[in-house]
Design a protein around this ligand. Structure first.
Ligand code: ADP
Ligand code: MG
Length: 292
């Protein structure tokens, strides 16, 4: 009967680090038509590193890292970690920050040395009437290299651009190719900008890239996919992936991610390898074939 089969399935999965907390979900997985992946920490390693700095308007590299890191010191975002690590490597002493504020989908703001400092994307600069348009060429070049470019302003002037790269996981491309071969549609959902997201999508062979999605928007995107593909799985690791993991027919958490994502998911891939998404589907097919 079903309970025995489920136990067998769970046991087989556990050896591979596939933890199943919801038996119904593993049964559903054999019928999955589309899988949506989060970008940062799911498709990519989730450890962005600074690759480029472009000082502007009379600032030097050290100034750019000093102001950016002083404000980002109050942020938990992976982009903030990348900037802080670089400032630490450069032995830059950070300043005091007040009035810190994280602006969802845009970046951060704060005050230091009596100056207002912003670190974030174009949207953040546009909202604050900081002109960046003369630097579109540099921004586009970085984004086409699959990097995330951040703009840094002090007062009413841009002082620089910092770019980070977050390499894709070694097995991501192979896993996506195999899913597509199995007839499963793959998609990526991210808050990052379109050009960077498309470049990463291209690297791993995901054709359907949904970018510039605010954290609340991930659930809507899953609902859209469910209207088109019926049975949809979601793979993610972040706090902001939790509602989408719940909305999907099968929520799959990356074990190296946040506890909140793991609690929201039906299945956890302990090792975080994307190849284990395929193992999970095969496990589902094998287990539920035996019952009949
Ligand atoms: P994701 O998790 O996909 O990066 P977010 O919604 O967290 O999506 O962020 C969307 C975008 O907002 C980022 O790509 C970046 O441009 C900007 N952003 C968010 N947080 C920060 C931050 N702490 N520092 C700089 N930029 C940020
Ligand atoms: Mg993530």
């Amino acid at each position: 009967g079903t309970p025995t089969a489920l136990m067998v399935g769970s046991g087989m999965g556990a050896e591979r680090g596939i933890l199943i907390r919801n038996g119904e979900a593993i049964q559903t997985l054999k019928d999955v038509n589309a899988i949506a992946f989060d970008k940062t920490g799911t498709i990519t390693k989730g450890k962005p590193e600074v690759t480029d700095v472009i000082p502007l308007n009379g600032a030097n590299e050290k100034d750019v890292f000093y102001y950016a890191a002083t404000i980002e010191n109050a942020s938990e975002h992976p982009l903030a970690h990348a900037i802080l690590e670089k400032a630490n490597d450069e032995k830059i002493n950070l300043g005091e920050v007040s009035g810190f504020n994280a602006i969802v989908g845009m970046g951060v703001e704060g005050y230091t040395d009596g100056e207002r400092v912003l670190v974030g994307n174009r949207k953040l600069m546009r909202e604050n009437k900081i002109s960046y348009e003369h630097h579109e060429k540099e921004l586009i070049k970085l984004e086409e290299e699959a990097k995330t470019a951040m703009l840094i302003s002090k007062g009413d002037k841009l002082i620089g651009i910092i770019a980070v790269a977050d390499p894709v996981k070694e097995d991501a491309k192979k896993a996506i190719e195999e899913l597509e071969r199995m007839g499963i549609k793959t998609a990526m959902i991210t808050g990052d900008n379109k050009r960077t997201a498309d470049a990463i999508g291209k690297k791993v062979g995901i054709s359907h890239v949904i970018s510039e999605v605010l954290p609340d928007g991930k659930v809507e995107e899953i609902k859209n996919l469910q209207r088109e593909y019926d049975v949809v799985a979601m793979v993610g690791d972040g706090i902001n992936d939790a509602p989408a993991l719940k909305q999907s027919n099968v929520g799959i958490a990356i074990g190296t991610g946040t506890d909140i994502a793991i609690e929201a998911a039906d299945i956890t891939l302990v090792r975080g390898d994307l190849g284990d998404v395929i193992s999970s589907i095969k496990l589902s097919k094998a287990t539920f074939r035996k019952i009949k």
